[in-house]
Design a protein around this ligand. Structure first.
Ligand code: REL
Length: 912
């Protein structure tokens, strides 16, 4: 935090004088200290800006005057927590002590009393629950105005003379229990411990000494209130690993695994979990200690879109009564089933999924028409809310009216706030509830389903990273607000992706920015599959949810640089980021789990790639693998496991999967034995690398975790076929892709004419199948422009094009396959020179055959005719009629364009 390192210390009031007076920075002000104190104290409470999380620049290894010595001369500071503070505070502080030891070899002691402490001390606690901190506040020595009534907010501040006889102090104080825990883990990260230190074996750098820069830093409140992950499709990773390796005593994912998940969530500043729910794993609540543990960690428990009221239907609804999971025929039975769970878990902090689908991920049984479904769902809402009102006690803080943790007995704050509705019946309004309009439910919601106003409506993506719908301007006032359910991993049609995580951060950024701008501020959940190897994507999603302003178009590529620098050291940061950028782009063209161009039940057919495209793709992959191998070899031994898990295996795995697929395709088309041998060699190497991950990396810690796609015969109808050399029906010969064409990357415009603040085309770096980025209209809230006003009101991009002949040609616009904000199509307009803008409209047909091919290729091609009156230089104009339309590439077919997978490589004009 820039302000933090400068003015920050001045927010600290000290009876012996202002801490600012001892800050070297204040000397440079050449201002009498007393005046300076007066000035800065005035601004302190109101304008201490939130610091970016993860920026560890306020911790250093060489002290400066006024710094707090966390570890110095072989001695660690003491850590003090309040005896009555929330349990998660104690958990986090013990983790901090272990982290300090990991970095320095010195383990701080943890105390619940201040008596006897003489050396530097870190006072840690939740406002109102930590007497030593409350005393500093009462004495006017710690300004916590920014914390009062705030959600998950914290302050990390140095304080001189915090206790009698103690000169140096550091305070970590949270507005609530998670705020405090986040503050503790923020310090852990700042001293060099990655949130992934356990889950991805990231070894922190060693330091003999650690100092916290004098000053105060405020973090939070978060941009999104509930931020979390969904563990899903755990059959081929988390569950077998837990069963065989990590938690055999519970037969798989259980309290031991969940404790690790909860800790990870806190380190990532997330607060919500939708637990694993497939039939292979035991339902979350089959171990009562799971929910209690979640509460101990301060984690808000929810359940997926298909599982209302914290149930896990596949494991909890009796198999032999599947037909009875029907609200029309068995209302009482289903209601009782929900009631049992709410009555048992209502004392914890939960976020309740409302509504009803089938037992698993399927449509609700019972009603036959949409009108009937809507009527039944509205009845279900009323019944579910009556259960919440009966069993869940909302807790409000006095005067603020916000919900605070619904603390269970044993983790109740010592001095409870006034409670509204202490006697039943309570009001369901105070209880966090969501309604997730997933799959077939979205049309019901859009078809008029009334969702109670205080319930949060979650819009889903289409399972492939493209959000299906957004709150309209009229809806945005709903009290419950909005959220998003997003996927980084998916089991389902048209083809699953469960092996590697290849969703580019730039796509997550583009989609989630749109959602946030449209009002999705209440809950973001991301389906992370098995957690590994989705580390990079998961953290990016959660960083955006914590601070929506952290990543913007102008600094988006820095995410990977920062991430790589933290995990592997600054010397390798740019190279690793470049490798991963290349990895995301190649896999955006086709995911490694989608390396077959026929859908299940269709006869095999070859890819549309030309031989040149195939060769270019394989060379690009091989080059990335070589670069990754060089980085690996240059890393110190202790960094190599993490590098293998998060970079080398994904890059090498995707490379091998492509080598295998395309050599196999070549063998099938040419009958060459050499190609078949190459394919089999790649297959063997891929299996061997996967075995290494499982058995050798981190001494076999991840045994059973990583499975190639498809791992087995399950769910065949939605997965690629097990690999073998394909057999195709006779095929016409593939011809080179470029005929007589003009091809331009959308981001290579010659002029960008914005409409002031209202709207402008902007480049999103790192997004797209080709080139360096894609372009879209920003802000995402820009008004829709009617075609008739395109020339005067719409933001415009110009492209210089040179035609060698007149004629009527086809313009193909490669679009990122987003969903429109409203209506069923993506719209923009084009014009050549002074011609009137003509509308280009791509009908999305959400869920249709074109959509399916679109998400597998991450592109849709909109075509339009372009009249070129004479040869020579011309200007092609593209008008942005609405935000959310993302252009990747423009191709003008001037005659003879052969079908090409990527579109021809860029040309400046016709190559005829
Ligand atoms: O991604 C989803 O949310 C769904 O597809 C899941 O609910 C479901 O478990 C799926 O993985 C398999 O059926």
């Amino acid at each position: 935090m820039k302000l933090g390192l400068g003015l920050c210390s001045h927010v600290l009031m000290n009876p012996d004088g202002c801490v600012a007076c001892r800050n070297p920075w204040s000397n440079s002000m050449k201002m009498p200290a007393r005046i300076l104190c007066g000035v800065v104290l005035l601004i302190a409470a109101a304008s201490l800006r939130a610091a970016p999380s993860g920026d560890g620049s306020w911790v250093r290894t060489q002290p400066q005057r006024g710094d707090f010595p966390l570890v110095q001369s072989g001695r660690a500071a003491e850590l003090v927590i309040g005896a009555d503070d929330f349990k998660v505070v104690s958990i986090a502080v013990h983790d901090l002590a272990a982290d300090v030891e990991l970095v320095t070899g010195r383990k701080p002691e943890v105390h619940t009393k201040t008596e006897g402490i003489a050396g530097p001390v870190v006072l840690i606690g939740t406002l109102g629950q930590a007497p030593a901190i409350d005393a500093l506040v009462a004495a006017g020595r710690l300004d916590v105005a920014a914390l009062r009534g705030a959600w998950e907010t914290f302050l990390i501040a140095t304080v001189a003379n915090p206790l009698p006889g103690v000169k140096s102090g550091l305070v970590i104080v949270g507005s609530d229990r998670r705020g405090t825990a986040f503050g503790v883990y923020e310090l852990s990260q700042a001293i060099g411990v990655s949130p992934w230190y356990w889950w991805a074996d990231v070894a922190p750098p060693h330091h003999d000494a650690l100092f916290v820069a004098a000053g105060a830093h405020r973090f939070g409140p978060p941009s999104v209130k509930y931020r979390g992950i969904f563990i899903n499709d755990e059959d081929w990773g988390l569950q077998p690993w837990a069963a065989q390796k990590f938690e055999p005593e519970h037969g798989g994912i259980g309290p031991k695994t969940y404790a690790k998940v909860f800790e990870l969530l806190l380190r990532l500043k997330a607060n919500t979990l939708w637990p694993a729910m497939h039939a292979c794993s035991k339902p979350f609540n089959s171990f009562p200690e799971n929910a209690a543990l979640a509460d101990t960690y301060g984690i808000v428990m929810g359940s997926s879109h298909a599982e209302p009221m914290l149930r896990n239907n596949v494991g909890e609804w009796p198999h032999d009564r599947a037909a009875d999971y029907n609200y029309v025929t068995n209302r009482d039975g289903v209601r009782k089933y929900w009631e049992e769970r709410v009555a048992a878990n209502g004392r914890y902090e939960n976020i309740y999924t409302l509504g009803m689908r089938g037992i698993h991920d399927s449509a609700m049984q019972g009603p036959k028409t949409d009108a009937e479904r809507i009527r039944v769902l509205e009845q279900i809402f009323a019944d579910q809310r009556a259960l919440l009102a009966q069993h869940v006690r909302p807790v409000y803080t006095q005067g603020v009216g916000r919900v605070v943790p619904n603390a269970p007995s044993g983790d109740t704050p010592a001095s409870p706030s006034r409670r509204i509705g202490d006697n039943p019946p309570y009001l369901a309004e105070g209880v966090p509830q969501i309604f997730c309009a997933y799959k077939e439910v979205l049309p019901l919601y859009r078809g008029g389903l009334h969702v109670p106003d205080d319930v949060t409506v979650m819009f889903p993506d289409d399972n492939f990273g493209y959000i299906r719908d957004y709150p309209s301007a009229g809806e945005r006032t709903r009290r419950g607000g909005f959220g998003v359910y997003y996927h980084l991993s998916y089991l389902g049609a048209p083809l699953s992706y469960l092996w590697l995580c290849t969703t580019p951060p730039a796509l997550v950024w583009e989609e989630m920015t749109k959602a946030y701008d449209a009002g999705a501020h209440t809950i973001w959940i991301v389906n992370v599959g098995d957690i590994k190897p989705a580390e990079i994507g998961t953290e990016f999603f959660l960083q955006m949810a914590w601070d929506i302003n952290r990543w913007r178009r102008d600094n988006l590529p820095d995410y990977l640089v920062e991430w790589a620098g933290r995990e592997f050291g600054a010397a390798h940061a740019r190279e690793v980021a470049a490798i991963m950028t290349g990895y995301y782009q190649l896999n955006f063209q086709r995911k490694p789990e989608h390396l077959q161009w026929w859908l299940p039940k269709e006869p095999p057919r070859p890819s549309p790639l030309t031989p040149a495209e195939t060769q270019g793709r394989l060379q690009a992959f091989a080059a990335l693998r070589d670069r990754a191998a060089k980085v690996r070899d240059a890393l110190p031994a202790e960094k190599r496991d993490a590098f293998f898990e998060t970079v080398f295996y994904p890059v090498n795995g995707a490379t091998l999967a492509n080598e295998r697929y395309f050599a196999g395709e070549r063998a099938a088309l040419s009958g060459l034995a050499g190609a078949a041998d190459e394919a089999r060699a790649a297959d063997a190497r891929l299996k061997e690398e996967t075995r290494i991950f499982s058995e050798k990396i981190a001494d076999g810690k991840w045994r059973g975790f990583i499975r190639l796609e498809p791992a087995d015969d399950d769910w065949r109808s939605m997965r690629i076929a097990p690999w073998k050399i394909p057999v195709f029906a006779p095929q016409p010969e593939k011809k080179p892709g470029s005929g007589d064409v003009i091809a331009i990357e959308a981001e290579h415009f010659s002029r960008n004419l914005g409409r002031g603040e209202a709207a402008a085309w902007q480049t999103i770096p790192g997004l797209g199948r080709t080139g360096e980025g894609s372009v879209a209209v920003f802000p995402t809230t820009a008004p829709v422009v009617e075609l008739a006003k395109a020339a005067t009101d719409a933001p415009r991009l110009d492209y210089a094009v040179n035609f060698t002949a007149a004629g009527e040609f086809t313009l193909q616009t490669y679009l990122i396959p987003t969903h429109p904000f409203a209506g069923g199509s993506l719209r923009f307009a084009v014009a050549l020179d002074e011609a009137a803008p003509q509308l280009v409209e791509l009908v999305v047909q959400d869920g249709g055959a074109q959509w399916a091919q679109g998400v597998l290729n991450n592109t849709r091609i909109a075509t339009t005719r372009l009249k070129v009156p004479m040869p020579g230089a011309h200007t092609l104009h593209i008008f942005g009629l609405e935000p959310g339309v993302v252009l990747d590439k423009l191709v003008i077919d001037c005659g003879g364009l052969k079908p090409s997978y990527l579109g021809p490589a860029e040309t400046t004009g016709s190559d005829r």
